[in-house]
Design a protein around this ligand. Structure first.
Ligand SMILES: Nc1ncnc2c1ncn2[C@@H]1O[C@H](COP(=O)(O)OP(=O)(O)OP(=O)(O)O)[C@@H](O)[C@H]1O
Ligand SMILES: [Mg+2]
Length: 170
C-alpha cells in the first residue's frame, strides 16, 4: 500500500472534520466522513427517537468501505472506532476537547439537553479514547487536542510528522 489509512475519531464536535478537511486538501487523501456516507447511502438501521439520531448499519458501511480501504490513502472520520477492522488503519488519532468548549459547540448545533448530556459524558469519561485503546495497538494511537485553532495547528503538525515517519518505514 503506497498510502496509509488514517482514522480520526472522538466525541461529536471535538473538531474531527476541521482536521480532515485540511489534511485531505494538503495530501490529496480521500476524506471519508462515515456519518455523511451513512446518511447519503442510507446505511441506517433505524432511527433512535430517544437520542434523536439515526443508528448506523455498521455491516453495510463495512461492506462499502472494504474495497476503498484496500486502496489506502483514506482519512476516515467517525465518532466511534470499535467496529472497524483493526487491519484497516495505520494511524488512529483521537481528538479530545474540554467539556466546557464542547458544550458550547454542541449547544450551537441546537442539540437537545439529553443529547448534549450524553455527548458531554462521552467526552468526560474518555469513551472514544477507551474504545480506541481496546481496539488498536497502543503504538498507533495518538491523542490530539481540539480546543483552539493553535491546538489544531499542533495536531496537524503531529499528523504530518507521523505521515513522514510512516513513509520512511514502509
Ligand atoms: N481546533 C479548533 N479550534 C476552534 N474551533 C474548532 C476547532 N476544531 C473545530 N472547531 C469548530 O468546532 C465545531 C465542530 O467542529 P467539527 O465539525 O470539526 O467537529 P466534528 O468532530 O467533526 O463533529 P462531528 O462528530 O459531528 O462530525 C465547528 O464549528 C468547528 O469550526
Ligand atoms: Mg465531523
Amino acid at each position: 500500500m503506497s498510502q496509509p489509512n488514517i482514522l480520526i475519531t472522538g466525541t461529536p464536535g471535538v473538531g474531527k472534520s476541521y482536521l480532515c478537511e485540511k489534511l485531505s486538501k494538503k495530501h490529496d487523501f480521500n476524506w471519508i466522513d462515515c456519518s455523511k456516507i451513512a446518511k447519503d447511502m442510507d446505511f441506517v438501521e433505524e432511527y433512535d427517537a430517544e437520542y434523536n439520531c439515526p443508528i448506523l448499519d455498521e455491516d453495510k458501511l463495512m461492506d462499502y468501505l472494504e474495497p476503498v480501504m484496500a486502496k489506502g490513502g483514506n482519512i476516515v472520520e467517525y465518532h466511534g472506532c470499535d467496529f472497524f477492522p483493526e487491519r484497516w488503519f495505520h494511524g488512529v488519532f483521537v481528538v479530545t476537547c474540554s467539556n466546557t468548549i464542547l458544550y458550547d459547540r454542541l449547544k450551537a448545533r441546537n442539540y437537545d439537553e439529553k443529547k448534549l448530556k450524553s455527548n458531554i459524558e462521552c467526552e468526560i469519561f474518555g469513551t472514544v479514547l477507551g474504545e480506541a485503546r481496546d481496539s488498536y495497538k497502543a503504538d498507533i494511537i495518538f491523542q490530539l487536542n481540539g480546543e483552539t485553532r493553535a491546538d489544531a495547528e499542533k495536531s496537524l503538525d503531529m499528523i504530518e510528522n507521523w505521515y513522514s515517519i510512516w513513509k520512511l518505514r514502509k
